[in-house]
Design a protein around this ligand. Structure first.
Ligand code: SF4
Ligand code: SF4
Length: 105
């Protein structure tokens, strides 16, 4: 079961992301992303919006799939900067993995 924490977007600001709530979930980024993988990056952004920390940490390795091509950021109609959101989520996940001594497999 995922826990929801609506204060998470504020916390993400410490990791360099201030656009989490700008996303209105249109799916353009997932449609344009060359990875064509499990609604990436939209799904991760949705997890961030609702503060589903456990889902983000469980699926954290997926954040390293991003190729930094920038297509999602260029096409986002809300200028939510999804590419930068993914980088911020990486910083968040790394912070927690290091703190908890977690080594991803
Ligand atoms: S980040 Fe932008 S393109 Fe992706 S779902 Fe949100 S609003 Fe749409
Ligand atoms: S920057 Fe990453 S998430 Fe965005 S379209 Fe490219 S590969 Fe996909």
């Amino acid at each position: 079961m995922a826990f929801v924490d609506l204060s998470f977007p504020d916390e993400l600001e410490r990791f360099g992301v201030s656009t989490t709530l700008d996303c209105f979930n249109c799916g353009t980024c997932a449609a344009i992303c060359p990875l064509i993988y499990e609604h990436f990056p939209r799904q991760m952004i949705r997890y961030a919006q609702i503060g589903a920390r456990d889902r983000i940490l469980e699926n954290g390795v997926e954040l390293w799939r991003c190729l930094h091509c920038g297509l999602c950021t260029q096409t986002c109609p809300r200028e939510a900067n999804p590419g930068e959101l993914i980088l911020g989520l990486r910083r968040y996940v790394l912070h927690h993995w290091r703190r908890d001594g977690h080594v991803p497999s």
